[in-house]
Design a binder for this molecule. Structure first.
Ligand SMILES: Nc1nc2c(c(=O)[nH]1)N=C([C@H](O)[C@@H](O)CO)CN2
Length: 119
């Protein structure tokens, strides 16, 4: 199994459980690991034969910038649904970072895996 990855996709969004967090936008960073077959794309050297990571990033930026969820868990689940449902990935790992959201930390967030690694 091969992995396509995205690291630190940066998006400003309304997210959080507190009143003040409903008034402002905060930055989240998204990491993705997506199961795929890099061999098929490599043999043809055509992006049509793989999952286009740029298209996924554009789709996720549009979704996340417009979303207004409270929890990082909800956002991670929505991202996994998009990557699997719209891009045909069989397995995805999604990490949502909310840096500096909690005093005394560098980063907090959630990591989820959805789907099967088997083709
Ligand atoms: N499990 C979670 N715990 C917390 C979340 C969250 O999204 N998932 N969010 C918050 C606040 O919004 C925090 O990020 C800002 O102070 C607290 N705990």
């Amino acid at each position: 199994m091969d992995i396509l990855f995205v690291r630190e996709l940066k998006v400003d969004t309304r997210i959080g459980i507190y009143d003040w967090e409903r008034q402002v936008k905060q930055t989240v960073l998204i990491d993705l690991d997506i199961a795929g077959d890099a061999g098929a794309a490599a043999r043809t050297d055509k992006v049509e034969n793989t999952i286009n990571y740029q298209t996924i990033c554009q789709r996720l930026v549009a979704h996340i910038a417009a979303s207004e969820v409270e929890l990082v868990e909800t956002l991670a689940e929505q991202i996994a649904d998009i990557v699997r449902g719209e891009f045909g990935a069989t397995w995805v790992q999604v990490t949502v970072h909310k840096p500096a959201a909690v005093r005394g930390t560098r980063d907090v967030g959630v990591r989820i895996e959805r789907g099967s690694r088997l083709p």
